[in-house]
Design a protein around this ligand. Structure first.
Ligand code: CA
Ligand code: CA
Length: 143
C-alpha cells in the first residue's frame, strides 16, 4: 500500500488501488500535472454570465446583472409581475389617492384627471371648474 508511505507523495489525499495508487484532491481543486499536487481550479470557470446580454434577460424593462444570476427591475410608475420579469403599468386611478375631483383616466406611466363637458382642469391638474360658475371678482370683494 503505497499510501502508507509518505501518503504516496500525494499533497492531499491518497487512494490505494490494486497494484498502484492515485492521488485525489478536495472539491474545488484539481490534480496537478505531476499527479500528486493539488491546485485550485481556475476561478474563471466560475466567472459570471451576463444574462442581460441575451434578450434583456427576458425582462420587459430593466435588467441588472448580478454574480451568478440577474434581477429584473421596474420604473417607479410600474410594478413587478409575480414572475419577476414583467413590469405592468400601475393603475393610479384604482388607488384612492389619485386626487382627481371628477374622473380619473389611467395612462401608461402615469394618469390624468378628466373633467366633464364644458369644464376645465385647474392648474393643479386635479380639480375642475366651469367658466359659467366662476364667481365674479366684484362679488368676491363685497363679501
Ligand atoms: Ca449574471
Ligand atoms: Ca398608469
Amino acid at each position: 500500500d503505497e499510501c502508507m508511505i509518505h501518503n504516496g507523495n500525494c499533497q492531499t489525499h491518497c487512494s490505494n488501488t490494486v497494484g498502484s495508487f492515485t492521488c485525489y484532491c478536495e472539491t474545488g481543486f484539481q490534480l496537478g500535472q505531476d499527479n500528486s499536487s493539488c491546485e485550485g481550479i481556475n476561478i474563471s470557470l466560475f466567472a459570471d454570465y451576463n444574462e442581460c446580454d441575451t434578450s434583456n434577460g427576458g425582462c420587459t424593462h430593466e435588467c441588472n446583472n448580478t454574480m451568478g444570476s440577474f434581477l429584473c427591475g421596474c420604473p417607479i410608475t410600474h410594478y413587478m409581475d409575480a414572475n419577476g420579469k414583467e413590469c405592468h403599468d400601475i393603475d393610479e386611478c384604482a388607488l384612492e389617492d389619485h386626487g382627481c375631483e371628477k374622473n380619473c383616466s389611467d395612462t401608461l406611466g402615469s394618469f390624468a384627471c378628466v373633467c366633464g363637458e364644458g369644464e376645465f382642469l385647474t392648474l393643479d391638474g386635479k380639480n375642475c371648474f366651469s367658466e359659467f360658475n366662476l364667481i365674479p371678482m366684484s362679488e368676491l370683494s363685497t363679501r
